[in-house]
Design a protein around this ligand. Structure first.
Ligand code: ATP
Ligand code: MG
Length: 552
């Protein structure tokens, strides 16, 4: 794994200090997804950060499912998350479920009640909002705040036993209703939810809130550095309060960094789930999705995603990364790895009238001009070929160097051909072009007689394999959106173009996830879901060129 881009950052500096001054002997980080959707590229940033940080300092990383909300979680998501983390190239030290700690969390809540630090509250959610106050005005104490410890213990026990309905009561931390930090105004730490949990079934009908559960999960596991995104910065005093008041032995340190945002996409599981549920895409792994599963299916490699995550860096300031930067890293990764191939996506028949009928020659074409060791393959060539429709124009503009009547071009790795005749259908569409070839101009023969300005690619009409090519554009047209309605209205209607073309016969036995650089078209991946015994389907990962420049 190359780490050249794994430069310094403020979190690493904290770790270095903590190890140097003996606060910790070794570090333990965690990646704590909630299993309520598939992982996206934003999660990849957090995964790479946590795992590589621990790795660099010979520490460890846990994968922990933060499954404290029974209504949204599902084992399908648990399985997909495990698969994606492994595929990205990371091995967790331990795999845990927050729900395995429910008993201990309950016991710690009893401890808080006994210390007079938590109480059962009967305010409705509307009332609670009213009592909470605002950023500029203090909150008001709940009339239930001074219930006796005995009464609180009794009511909390009854909450657990299912004696109340959803929303009827909550357990709140007793902190400070006048705190300038709203998170500290007696936050809810337990709520009632009579629903079946993916892991604990119907054992529980009360569930801990994130702000209470998360610090306990970290402390139970002995996490040293609990890295989370910036929106939890104001929750840190509560995080520390929970760890201290619950008398946890380990004192994890919460550190916040800016979450990753990328242009022309949405990056929240809630929104991604809407795209799936509304059938805007064909599942969480649709190649247009910014999910790890979608990027994998499109053809991204784990290396390219890791390198991207290292390059964007870790900072406190929120920023949005150009989606072209992600494309830069897959191009960079596939440039030397992906074999070259010729494919015609929008075919036009080309007949070489002076080429002997029935003759087939095998022409050697290099597999990768940038990698000598990649060797050559033999590509069949005969009288009838396909070229791209756009490589022929009957009335070309100036500077069009491809085929037009009377013009000569090189067929990549083969001969010069000259267009002599255009065949059209009844509607005037060009259906075939007729050319003559010059046998003297065979590629690799050292022919110096004439020069041509254009080289176009081709496939042999008889030998080529029919294939489907899927070209993608961004799913979201404009990223300047916060509201749901807005973002579903900004779906790009042309985000997918499906073309039926042909590829050279040597790629007939391609397998799911084989990746090629198709001459002049870009990098493609064999789609693992749509490809079948009798049909090859390719996803375009990225085109060949971009004006994007990486500032290194
Ligand atoms: P979402 O809003 O997409 O559901 P989340 O933060 O609710 O994201 P979790 O499953 O709770 O998703 O996240 C697991 C970890 O991944 C958390 O530590 C979270 O901070 C981190 N994470 C989530 N989204 C991003 C992002 N865009 N950039 C960096 N880290 C992220
Ligand atoms: Mg979430």
């Amino acid at each position: 794994m190359t780490k050249e881009m794994n430069s310094s950052n403020f979190i690493k500096n904290i770790v270095i200090d903590d190890l140097k001054n003996g606060k910790h002997d070794s570090i333990l980080t965690r990646f704590p997804p909630e299993p309520n959707g598939y992982l996206h590229i934003g999660h990849a940033k957090s995964i790479v950060l946590n795992f590589e940080l621990a790795d660099e300092f010979k520490g460890k990383t846990n994968l922990r499912f933060d499954d404290t909300n029974p209504t949204k979680e599902d084992t399908e998501y648990v399985e997909s998350i495990k698969e994606d983390v492994q595929w990205l190239g990371f091995d967790w030290d331990n795999l845990y479920f927050a729900s395995d700690y429910f008993e201990e969390m309950y016991d710690r809540a009893i401890l808080l009640i006994k210390k007079g630090k938590a109480y059962v509250c009967d305010l409705t959610s509307d009332e609670m909002r009213e009592y909470r106050g605002t950023l500029t005005s203090p909150g008001k104490e709940s009339p239930y705040r001074n219930r006796s410890i005995e009464e609180n213990l009794d009511l909390f026990g009854k909450m657990r036993n299912g004696e109340f309905k959803d929303g009827e009561k909550v357990l709140r931390a007793k902190i400070d209703m006048a705190s300038p930090n709203i998170n500290m105004r007696d936050p809810i730490i337990y709520r009632i939810a009579h629903s079946t949990h993916h892991n604990t079934g119907d054992k529980w009908c009360i569930y801990p809130m994130y702000d209470y559960a998360h610090p306990l999960e970290d402390a139970i596991e002995g996490i040293t550095h609990s890295i989370c995104t910036l929106e939890f910065e104001d929750h840190r005093p509560l995080y520390d309060w929970v760890v201290n008041e619950c008398e946890m032995l380990a004192k994890p340190q919460q550190i916040e960094f800016a979450r990753l945002n990328i242009t022309n996409t949405v990056m929240s599981k809630r929104k991604l789930k809407m795209l799936v549920d509304e059938n805007v895409v064909d599942g969480w792994d649709d190649p247009r999705m910014p999910t790890i599963a979608g990027l994998r299916r499109k053809g991204y490699t784990p290396e390219s995603i890791r390198n991207f995550c290292r390059a964007i860096g870790v900072a406190k300031a929120a920023s949005t990364v150009d989606s072209q930067m992600l494309e830069y890293f897959i191009r960079e990764d596939l440039h030397s790895k992906a074999p070259r191939a010729m494919a015609v996506l929008k075919p036009l028949k080309l007949v070489i009238t002076n080429y002997p009928e029935g003759q087939v020659e095998m022409l050697p074409i290099e597999n990768n001009p940038d990698n000598e060791n990649a060797g050559v393959r033999q590509v069949p060539f005969s009288r009838e070929l396909y070229i791209e429709q756009e490589d022929f124009m009957e009335n070309p503009p100036k500077k069009y160097f491809r085929l037009f009547p009377g013009n000569e071009v090189r067929l990549k790795g083969a001969y010069f051909v000259k267009c002599n005749e255009v065949i059209k259908d009844a509607d005037g569409n060009v259906t075939e072009i007729r050319c003559t070839y010059d046998p003297e101009t065979k590629s690799g023969t050292g022919f110096t007689g004439r020069k041509v300005k254009g080289t176009i690619h081709w496939v042999d009409a008889k030998a080529a394999i029919p294939a489907e090519f899927r070209l993608y554009e961004p799913l979201i047209l404009d990223n300047e959106t916060e509201e749901e309605k807005h973002f579903l209205e900004q779906i790009n209607p042309n985000s997918l173009e499906v073309l039926n073309g042909f590829i050279e016969p040597s790629f007939k036995d391609s397998k799911a996830h084989d990746k090629y650089q198709l001459f002049r078209h870009g990098y493609f991946n064999v789609d693992p879901k749509l490809t079948s015994e009798d049909k090859l389907v390719f996803n375009r990962i990225v085109s060949l060129k971009s004006s994007f420049k990486l500032n290194k």
